[in-house]
Design a protein around this ligand. Structure first.
Ligand SMILES: *[C@@H]1O[C@H](CO)[C@@H](O)[C@H](O)[C@H]1NC(C)=O
Ligand SMILES: *[C@@H]1O[C@H](CO)[C@@H](O)[C@H](O)[C@H]1NC(C)=O
Ligand SMILES: *[C@@H]1O[C@H](CO)[C@@H](O)[C@H](O)[C@H]1NC(C)=O
Ligand SMILES: CC(=O)N[C@H]1CO[C@H](CO)[C@@H](O)[C@@H]1O
Length: 447
């Protein structure tokens, strides 16, 4: 039985089924190379019959003619190379990524080649070949991608996470590098769980390459993002008070929120969860929380892992790699601020709704509403999902420059029936056809 390739996410390139096998390509290439060479040989050795009658007189003429021939040959070679590249592109089946461009790393072509299953068609899945995928947005950063894929197979991976993260942030996800050994960092002095949740580990166990700071002390002196100011300080700062001691009415306490969850809260997903403190506090309540974070300006993932918690290295442009209705709780702070057009926020909200179980809680924590429009848009969007507002607090805080800023905190409960009906009712400008489709979808869902 052949194995099945795992394809995560929506942002993958489109594939065409490659119908010819690779031996046919090799044959074609061989044929093409031989014909080109024969043509060149013929052109160089060819001389007309009356050539030797007036050798000196005509030499310069003949030389110019030869150089004309040579340039003709070169053009011919060039065009057949282009044809070959086009054939290769078609065989690989990539429509959006131009692998025929110069300087494309061969490992990228290797990675993207289709591989026939050794035992033929898999009877359960119906597939005949394994296809690897790479985000179609990688095409925008093809030079960076090629640089990223220029590594030694079986060797140590280049130390270039900042390059990888740059690609991810440009939508190039999933990344195609898989055949090298990541740098091993000895994790000396890791603490046992649950002591690990709140104890410092040595700076030496984190990778600092590509980062401005080279130790935790430096990180703690910086405002890394809205949800992480001094968040690597597990000793003295505010971090140890978060979720157990409120600074204002926008701060909810974990005990209060947990008591609202019907049927128990056992699992949770924290989006943009900084150094993992939410997951740590939840772990103390026997709730397992996964923390989604990238390593922007700090080794967030490694720090969370050192605390004995689970970091998920994922950008929010990515569809969450979880099945529907699996989490009891989703927690998000300013990670929800994806910027750009309103649809960007919709993509995220629908995905949050998808992975949250019926009766599960959505905790929006101190979300900065930079203006009234933003608050109105977000409120309208949330209301369309038909969640029950268990808590809803709009508060003002004075920030570092003495200006007051508006924050929204809320705990919302996902309805036990599907949200589609509610969504249709409150949505304006929807045609009757979509309405019927939604109604049908609703019926199918309910039955
Ligand atoms: C952890 O290290 C910081 C300095 O980096 C220090 O201020 C803090 O007290 C330490 N915490 C513990 C629990 O050792
Ligand atoms: C967590 O689980 C352990 C082991 O089952 C139990 O002893 C402890 O009381 C639980 N803690 C909480 C806060 O429920
Ligand atoms: C404080 O808020 C104002 C108004 O929203 C903003 O322009 C300014 O950058 C904020 N300052 C800080 C330090 O966050
Ligand atoms: C291609 C070629 O042979 N061109 C000229 C070379 O020199 C002879 C000498 O007379 C010419 O007749 C050819 O036209």
């Amino acid at each position: 039985m052949g194995s099945v390739s795992l394809k995560i996410g929506d942002g993958t390139a489109r594939f065409k089924r490659a119908t010819l096998c690779s031996s046919a390509v090799n044959l074609l290439m061989l044929f093409s190379v031989i014909t080109t060479n024969l043509f060149a040989l013929y052109a160089f050795t060819y001389s007309p019959k009356d050539h030797h009658n007036h050798p000196i007189h005509h030499t310069h003429k003949n030389i110019s003619l030869i150089s004309e021939q040579v340039s003709l040959i070169l053009r011919e070679i060039d065009s057949s190379q282009k044809k070959l590249a086009q054939m290769e592109k078609e065989l690989l089946g990539y429509e959006s990524i131009d692998l025929s461009r110069p300087n494309i790393a061969s490992e990228l072509k290797n990675f993207l080649s289709h591989h026939q299953l050794p035992l033929g068609k898999d009877s359960r899945s119906g597939i005949t070949e394994m296809a690897a995928s790479v985000g179609h947005s990688c095409e925008k950063s093809l030079d960076l991608l090629s640089q990223y894929m220029n590594y030694k197979v079986n060797g140590p991976c280049p130390d270039d996470w900042s390059l990888a993260q740059k690609l991810i942030l440009q939508g190039c996800e999933p990344l195609p590098r898989r055949r090298c050994f990541a740098k091993t960092i000895p994790k000396v002095g890791l603490n046992h769980y649950p002591v690990s949740l709140w104890s410092n580990a040595s700076d030496k166990i984190y990778s600092w390459s590509g980062l401005g700071c080279k130790n935790l002390k430096c990180l703690n002196a910086k405002k890394l993002n809205r949800d992480c100011t001094g968040c690597f300080d597990l000793g003295n700062g505010y971090e140890i008070q978060r979720f157990v001691k409120a600074r204002g009415k926008n701060d909810f306490l974990i005990d209060d929120v947990l008591s609202m969850g019907s049927g128990g809260i056992r699992t949770g997903f924290d989006i943009g969860g900084g150094s993992g403190t939410f997951a740590a506090r939840m772990a103390e309540k026997n709730v397992t929380v996964m923390t989604a974070t990238l390593n922007v300006d700090a080794p967030f993932s490694e720090f969370i892992a050192a605390r004995g918690l689970f970091p998920l290295y994922l950008s929010l442009n990515h569809r969450f790699p979880f099945y529907d209705n699996v989490f009891d709780l989703v927690h998000v702070g300013n990670g929800l601020d994806v910027g750009g057009r309103p649809e960007k926020l919709e993509f995220l909200m629908f995905d949050i709704d998808r992975i949250l179980r019926a009766g599960g809680l959505f905790w929006l924590d101190n979300f900065l509403c930079s203006n009234d429009d933003k608050r109105r848009d977000l409120t309208r969007l949330i209301e369309r999902f038909g969640y029950k507002k268990l808590k809803w607090v709009v508060g003002e805080k004075v920030n570092g420059s003495g200006k007051s800023e508006v924050y929204l905190s809320a705990v919302l409960q996902k309805p036990t029936s599907t949200a589609v009906n509610k969504y249709v009712e409150t949505r304006t400008g929807q045609g009757p056809r979509e309405h019927v489709d939604n109604f049908v979808a609703l019926l199918l869902h309910v039955s």
